[in-house]
Write a protein that binds this ligand. Sequence first.
Ligand SMILES: Nc1ncnc2c1ncn2[C@@H]1O[C@H](COP(=O)(O)OP(=O)(O)O)[C@@H](O)[C@H]1O
Ligand SMILES: O=c1ccn([C@@H]2O[C@H](COP(=O)(O)OP(=O)(O)O)[C@@H](O)[C@H]2O)c(=O)[nH]1
Ligand SMILES: [Mg+2]
Length: 199
Amino acid sequence: MSSGKPWVVFVLGAPGAGKGTQCQLICKEFGFIHLSAGDLLRAECNAEGSQYGELFKSHTRNGTILPVEITLKVLEKAMKSSSAGGEPSDGRVGKFLIDGFPRNQNNLDGWQTAMTHKADLKCVLVLDCPPDVCIDRCLTRGRTDDNTEILGKRIDNYLSDTLPIVEYYRRLNLVREVNANLPPDQVFQDVRQIFQTLK
Ligand SMILES: Nc1ncnc2c1ncn2[C@@H]1O[C@H](COP(=O)(O)OP(=O)(O)O)[C@@H](O)[C@H]1O
Ligand SMILES: O=c1ccn([C@@H]2O[C@H](COP(=O)(O)OP(=O)(O)O)[C@@H](O)[C@H]2O)c(=O)[nH]1
Ligand SMILES: [Mg+2]
């Protein structure tokens, strides 16, 4: 039965696990809207005159996570501005993939306070990939924050701060985990099975 609220699926995994890559495939086949918290934050904070420019740079340099208020602001704005955020004309509610969030307890607390009652969290997709593979992938991706030193910190933060969030959702039976150490189309075979069963 529909709750009348937009569907949300969180997509988690270490940097380079393939969150963005799998989200694109999910959107194509299942009509979700992809909201990458990292991409939205980069766009907001790097925009000319942004009040968060310096803060974002310092978090990027240190591989740390911004305060949740900023992330929620960009996520809510993106959900509202997307046509699927309201009631689409066919009467169904929108479906959002939130990629790279919630990454720590501060993110989770902020989401629970502001959004739990506004969204129907369907599951948490977790892409499982060994750190050395993730680092190699990021080094070929070549974003400015993709250097060995910062990546090491981002992976450490994933293990210490994000995995407890995964465990929290596992206890709620919401985690769907796939082996992401395979070529993208093979990872997607498992991902597809998960999305086919969502209702
Ligand atoms: N399953 C995969 N196998 C090999 N390379 C991959 C795979 N998934 C993604 N990549 C590549 O690894 C890099 C990181 O992928 P991305 O989707 O940006 O990961 P994330 O969003 O989790 O950091 C990109 O260059 C991407 O093309
Ligand atoms: O909820 C989030 C998501 C991302 N970030 C910041 O944005 C960077 C890049 O995130 P992204 O998800 O793009 O990285 P990826 O996991 O894809 O490498 C992170 O290192 C953080 O500094 C953040 O502060 N909060
Ligand atoms: Mg990404």
